[in-house]
Design a protein around this ligand. Structure first.
Ligand code: MOS
Length: 745
């Protein structure tokens, strides 16, 4: 039954528990590797044990004879795997992107540790693993280059430039010139990467742990040499991805090729150790930041020159200058980017790619400038607030960064701060207070969606985007519920399947802004279809009337100007006419990567305030408070929104204090490649987190004014935390993570 008029309360903006929560906590939500099929085989890749060199001989004879082994694939027998065109097309929901462009097993050259050299397929996982360990590979090794000191190998690319940055810096009375370093970080979603591949003789069905089913479909179709119609990709649930599952990795093609060769379903789960080698990471960055300012704190020059490492074959750029050109007002600016090749797997997007390490550098430099000026760091930022985006020379669609700072100051109690390092104490502990600003791009990808009103009184929302754990199922149920006047629990949301209308990648924090307008459009069209049907169903009380004399409210079709309950419920109407459903197809346009010149600079903004406690006697550093204020437009679901920011802050504490993938200089292997050795934040490391949202809908982006919130919560944490560490200890940490030994100096 549709809701009554009285029960109709606005659901957009209301804290709404996840509609998929029960499925997850009861173990019924099926992740890629949960799929089992009769006759399914298990694949285990063999990874190279050198990081640079050449395969001399690969001997699979012992492995092939082991129990249960169906095949050992290598370069000579895997069959053809094609290259991906890599002509990213953002006018389509499926841009066609892969980060590691060399198809697996294409040649015998080894360029990183763990590079797949063979694939064993057997009846059980244990048999496949045992046989993979028995594949004998001899190599002609070379010394790997995994050096951590980075220098651009080619002339750095100038990304943004205005005025005369060099000259203004030389003339500035107050200068900061420092280099900041962020280490390799490895994505560690709880769900391992996995593929379950089915081949029916003409077509593939691929169950994938992917943040982008439609991109996965076009990429795999190219690699497997099929029309995309012959590849269906399904990802109903994702145990998170953080960017590591945005684009396909080489194991996906291997699993599919094995399924086709053997005519059997094949499951391949990438081990945690292999995930440190073959499915991307955030690359190491080295960033020189030069700031020039007047004695009263006006920025006169900003130079941001950064280098990140990339793999031997692929040019992955960590876009550290993402926020630099617009965050503050400065007449003279230059941002340059360079790459340094290393024998590592290809890097990829990791939550807040570019802006997160970039803002660590630039916001740290702002804090150093404030110290140099003997000025409050918040005041310095307020003083340098720009009127427009000075990089793009465009007005901001909606920017409330100053209010983020002032609200954060007030919530945190910043006015009580004594700027003298080590001067603040509580309960025998030294306190450190630091802060930073942050931002993240707001844009839309193109999207299609369908809404069906069904004869059982439910509505169904379909879109080929996916919910990567962020709450997309829930917000789409909220939006359809509100627009149709049907309770949230009567809305079914179906995502994560290329057989659905194509939807965007779950990347760049853009899904909400992209999908919501398409669902609103589809809901409106489904209502229009319903009203038209009402006038054509012979038994309907509205038969023969004009559709535009009718209205749809709260689940009732009724005459305009009359009470909704005086009409007919949509399910009753559909039954009268013997219709299963009334459907509407909706779409919305993208704004990202389109040729049209934008009218506005669109970003979310935020401010983060961190308190640390420091006990020099026992060298103990703890984070005791984090206050985050976010200006992300309208928040559709404050519960899921807060959860996103909290998760990002937890990750930010890990970035600042713990996370670093270390490479063995002799073998080139990532050596702390397990969750025992790669340290992430645990509950014991994280205090209660305070999150506040400003509420300024950004109506230039979409009709609800909703921007994204998945990534921004990470963007200010590391700079705020290291500034707090400086305030507590007097020691400035410019290379992450903060290690206790650096504080003992
Ligand atoms: Mo995000 S790093 O765009 O998945």
């Amino acid at each position: 039954m549709p809701a009554t008029q009285d029960a109709l309360i606005s659901v957009i903006g209301k804290a709404t528990p996840r509609v998929d929560g029960a499925l997850k906590v009861s173990g019924q939500a099926k992740y890629a590797s949960d799929h089992h099929f009769p006759g399914m085989l298990y694949a285990v890749p063999v990874g190279s044990t050198i990081a640079s060199g050449q395969i001399e001989k690969l001997d699979a004879s012992a492995a092939e004879k082991m129990p249960g082994v169906r095949a050992v694939y290598h370069r000579q027998n895997i069959g053809k795997l094609f290259r991906v065109a890599m002509n990213p097309d953002f006018s389509s929901p499926a841009p066609g992107i892969i980060d590691e462009q060399r198809p697996p097993l294409e040649d015998d050259v080894i360029r990183y540790y763990g590079q797949y050299v063979a694939l064993v397929v057997a009846d059980t996982f244990e048999q496949a693993k045992a046989a993979a360990d028995a594949v004998k590979v001899s190599y002609a090794p070379k010394d790997p280059n995994v050096d951590s000191a980075l220098a651009a190998e080619k002339q750095p690319e100038v990304e943004s430039q205005r005025g005369e940055a060099e000259k203004a810096f030389a003339e500035a009375p107050i200068k900061i010139d420092q280099t900041y370093v962020t280490p390799v970080e490895t994505h560690n979603p709880i769900e391992l990467h996995a593929t379950v591949a089915l081949w029916d003789g003409t077509s593939f069905t691929l169950y994938e742990s992917t943040q982008a089913v439609v991109n996965h479909q076009v990429v795999m179709a190219q690699m497997l040499g099929l029309p995309k119609e012959n590849v269906r990709v399904i990802s109903r649930f994702l145990g998170s991805g953080f960017g590591g599952k945005l684009w396909p990795w080489t194991h996906c093609a291997l699993a599919a090729a094995a399924a086709r060769n053997l005519q059997r379903p094949v499951k391949l789960v990438v081990s945690r150790r292999m995930m440190f080698q073959t499915v991307g990471h955030r690359p190491r960055t080295q960033q020189r930041v030069r700031l020039g300012a007047t004695a009263d704190g006006k920025l006169t020059s900003l130079q941001h020159d950064y280098v990140n490492h990339t793999s031997i074959l692929d040019d992955y750029k960590e876009n550290c200058g993402e926020a630099t050109a617009f965050q503050y007002s400065v007449p003279n600016l230059r941002v340059t980017a360079g790459l340094a090749r290393r024998n590592v797997g290809t890097p990829t997007s990791m939550r807040g790619p570019g802006a997160v390490p970039g803002l660590f550098a630039t916001e740290s430099a702002m804090d150093e400038l404030a110290v140099g000026l003997k000025m409050d760091p918040v005041e310095l930022r307020l003083l340098n607030e720009p009127k427009i985006d000075e990089g793009l020379k465009l007005p901001f669609s909606s920017r409330h960064l100053k209010e983020c700072f002032t609200t954060g100051m007030e919530k945190f109690g910043w006015s009580k701060r004594n700027p003298e390092p080590g001067s603040m104490k509580r309960d025998g502990l030294t306190l450190g207070w630091g802060m930073a600003g942050c931002s993240w791009i707001a844009a839309r990808f193109p999207c299609q969606a369908r809404v069906d009103f069904c004869d059982d009184g439910t509505a169904r929302v379909c879109c080929g985007t996916q919910d990567i754990g962020t709450g997309t199922y829930t917000i789409l149920a909220q939006v359809a519920s509100e627009k149709a006047g049907i309770p949230v629990d009567k809305v079914e949301v179906v995502l994560g399947d290329t057989s659905l209308p194509p939807g965007p990648i779950s990347g760049g924090s853009m899904v909400t802004a992209s999908v919501v307008p398409a669902v609103i459009d589809a809901t409106g069209k489904a209502i229009k279809a319903l009203l038209g049907m009402a006038t054509r169903i012979p038994a309907s009380k509205f038969a023969g009337q004009k559709p535009d004399t009718l209205a749809f409210d709260n689940g009732w079709v009724h005459a305009k100007g009359e009470k909704a309950e005086g009409g007919v419920t949509f399910d009753a109407l559909l039954k009268q006419g013997n219709f299963k459903a009334a459907s509407g197809n909706g779409s919305s346009k993208g704004t990202f990567g389109t040729p049209e010149k934008p009218k506005f600079s669109m970003h979310s903004f935020g401010a983060q305030f961190v308190e640390v406690t420091w006990q020099p006697e026992i060298a103990r550093l703890r984070v005791s408070r984090v206050v985050t204020v976010i200006d992300a437009g309208r928040i559709i679901n404050p519960l899921a929104g807060r959860n996103q920011i909290e998760g990002a802050v937890v990750m930010g504490i890990g970035m600042a204090l713990f996370e670093e993938t270390a490479y063995d200089p002799r073998s080139g292997a990532p050596i702390n490649s397990s969750l025992a050795d790669y340290i992430v934040s645990t509950n014991a490391d994280v205090p209660a987190l305070e999150v506040h949202f400003l509420d300024y809908p950004d109506l230039e982006l979409n009709e609800l004014g909703a921007r994204g919130i998945g990534e921004i919560g990470l963007a200010g944490v590391a700079a705020a935390l290291t500034s707090a560490v400086h305030h507590a200890t007097g020691i400035r940490i410019r290379e992450l993570p903060v290690r206790i030994e650096k504080l003992l100096a």
